[in-house]
Design a protein around this ligand. Structure first.
Ligand code: IPE
Ligand code: IPE
Ligand code: MG
Length: 257
């Protein structure tokens, strides 16, 4: 279902309720400065803060950030271990402030692949912020869209095997209830920085009718002005969800006469 909403207060602009972002380009940002890739990831963490602040200011209800893909585990060991240290540092530093701001933190992905020290911090951050609702901040870490759908299918198979579900009851709605973030509105706007025009195994199911927006800007360069450009572009889009333009308009408005 369409889930974009008119923003209350901030004029009549159409503000996405849920933004999903592939934060790409950290490595290239660092390489352009002749610095190690990890410096780029660190700069990327600062861009995350700017992005969260922007969403809070604009009244965006949910933000899902792709921080680490299932495939990123195959990167060189020193980059992976550096990223893990960065996660730990960010969780230790930022959770209190996010809680104060009314942010609810959640992690999606194959959590069992992380070390206990990280899993515990994720759990703590989720428990600590569970009562917040101003902004749902979802971090996709060790996440893959295919893995997400496979897990949902496995759950359904388990329910069939247990006799709680008939195979005929498996439809798009049944799957939609079991993929990640099923309790939130679907992403209205997808943003990918770093110039690549692909989904890279991000929210495959959830992005079916999401508006896509790509920029050559590298993730560490992202600021409020760039994010606003994406929102302005989004506000001009017509989301048809398979219908015709005429069907979407109230009677009399924009008729084809
Ligand atoms: C995205 O930046 C962050 C992660 C995948 C962890 P990259 O590290 O992919 O940066 P580029 O694409 O190599 O520049
Ligand atoms: C996608 O970026 C994953 C994250 C941003 C966490 P990648 O850099 O891993 O994607 P590809 O390899 O360019 O497709
Ligand atoms: Mg990349």
């Amino acid at each position: 279902m369409p889930s974009g909403e008119r923003a209350g207060g901030a004029g009549n602009a159409l503000v996405p309720q849920h933004i999903a972002i592939i934060m790409d380009g950290n490595g290239r940002w660092a390489q352009a400065r002749h610095r190690p890739r990890l410096i780029g990831h660190r700069a990327g963490a600062r861009a995350v803060k700017r992005c969260v602040e922007f969403c809070l200011r604009r009244g965006v209800g949910a933000l899902t950030l792709f921080a680490f893909s299932s495939e990123n585990w195959e990167r060189p060991t020193d980059e992976v271990s550096g990223l893990m240290k960065l996660f730990i540092g960010a969780l230790d530093r930022e959770v209190d402030e996010l809680h104060r701001l009314g942010v609810r933190l959640r992690f999606i992905g194959e959590r069992e692949r992380f070390a206990a020290s990280i899993r515990e911090r994720m759990q703590h951050a989720e428990t600590r912020t569970a009562g917040n609702a101003r902004l749902h901040l979802n971090i996709a870490a060790s996440y893959g869209g295919r893995q997400d759908i496979a897990r949902a299918a496995r759950e359904l198979a388990g329910e069939v095997a247990a006799g709680r579900l008939q195979p005929e009851q498996i439809d798009a709605a049944a799957l939609a209830q079991r993929v990640a973030l099923s309790d939130l509105p679907l992403p209205d706007l997808f943003i990918r920085t770093g110039g690549e025009l692909r989904i890279s195994n991000f929210l495959l199911w959830q992005l079916a009718y999401t508006e896509l927006w790509f920029t050559d800007a590298l993730w560490p360069e992202v600021d409020a002005a760039l994010l606003q450009t994406a929102l302005d572009d989004f506000a001009r889009r017509e989301r048809r969800f398979g219908l015709t333009s005429a069907q979407l308009r109230p009677m009399g408005e924009g008729s084809q006469a």
